[in-house]
Design a protein around this ligand. Structure first.
Ligand code: ADP
Length: 264
């Protein structure tokens, strides 16, 4: 059986005593090497979940466990070795003057020996297809290339969980496809648990399980296929269904089957 890696137990969160609750009694589990997509309308609480997972925020109620260890002020440095995050805007994520320095930065902060750093820079840039750019200044890269470097920087820390919070939102369709291809390769090779927070339901198709958020609560948790079969309900909570799912469903209604497994 797969090992439980992340547990949210009855987590509620608000951004201040006078503020409304933005997460209400949220409970879910994520297993080792599982790919989870979190979807939901704007403001439904997705990014807040990501920040709680990384110890950027702490819940007022309930608890969050990573590898059985509670996320709190004392544990955040250990937790951040386990949980890597890539955000939406690649330009906000660079600290180094070259791609190589950038990947090195997170490792320096964690006291990883130099010989090990050199090895990991090489391995992770190769994994994301950016080895040829190691001496390039980050601002010279395209959006997609920047996100690939951001992923390499996170992988260099050898996390068990990789969270992509709208990491493809600023990319064009080609950049998006390339990133998702890279991500699915590195996930498999490194046996990572992957959490993709996204507006792009096309990306969700690749996940094993989907958590749908609505107004700070879990609205549903199921396979992509099950989720996409609820098109009308998804529209009601402000989500659009990918063209392919609509097409598959319309063809099915017309009695035409394009494939037995149109969504997975
Ligand atoms: P999503 O990622 O699904 O768009 P968020 O987790 O970013 O949702 O936001 C959930 C709710 O929390 C929203 O109502 C948002 O306005 C509010 N919120 C987010 N960040 C802050 C903040 N720093 N201070 C106050 N409210 C916030």
């Amino acid at each position: 059986m797969r090992k439980k890696l992340i547990e949210f137990r009855n987590v509620s969160f608000r951004y201040g005593d006078e503020q409304p609750w933005v997460l209400k009694n949220v409970t879910f589990e994520i297993y080792e090497s599982e790919w989870i997509a979190i979807i939901g309308h704007n403001g439904s609480g997705k990014s807040t979940i990501a920040k709680l997972l990384n110890g950027l925020l702490f819940p007022q109620e309930g608890e969050i466990l990573i590898n059985g260890k509670q996320v709190n002020q004392e544990s955040i440095w250990d937790i951040r070795k386990e949980v890597g995050m890539v955000f939406q805007n690649p330009d906000n994520q660079f600290v180094g003057t070259t791609v190589r320095d950038d990947v090195a930065f997170g490792m320096e902060n964690r006291g990883i020996p130099r010989y090990e750093m050199i090895k990991r820079i090489d391995e992770t840039l190769t994994a994301v297809g950016m080895q040829d750019y190691r001496m390039t200044e980050p601002h010279r890269l395209s959006g997609g290339q920047k996100q690939r470097v951001a992923i390499a920087s996170v992988l260099a820390i050898s996390p068990q969980v990789l969270i992509l919070d709208e990491a493809t939102a600023m990319l064009d369709p080609k950049g998006r496809t390339e990133i998702m291809h890279t991500v699915s390769n590195v996930q498999e090779e490194n046996d990572l648990s992957l959490i993709t927070i996204t507006h792009d339901l096309q990306e969700v198709v690749q996940a094993e399980r989907v958590i749908v958020m609505n107004d700070g609560e879990i609205w549903d948790e199921a396979t992509p296929r099950e989720i996409f079969s609820k098109q009308e309900e998804l529209r009601k909570i402000g989500l659009d269904v990918p063209f392919i799912a609509i097409l598959a469903s319309e063809l099915k209604q017309a009695g035409i089957s394009i494939t037995d497994e149109p969504l997975n």
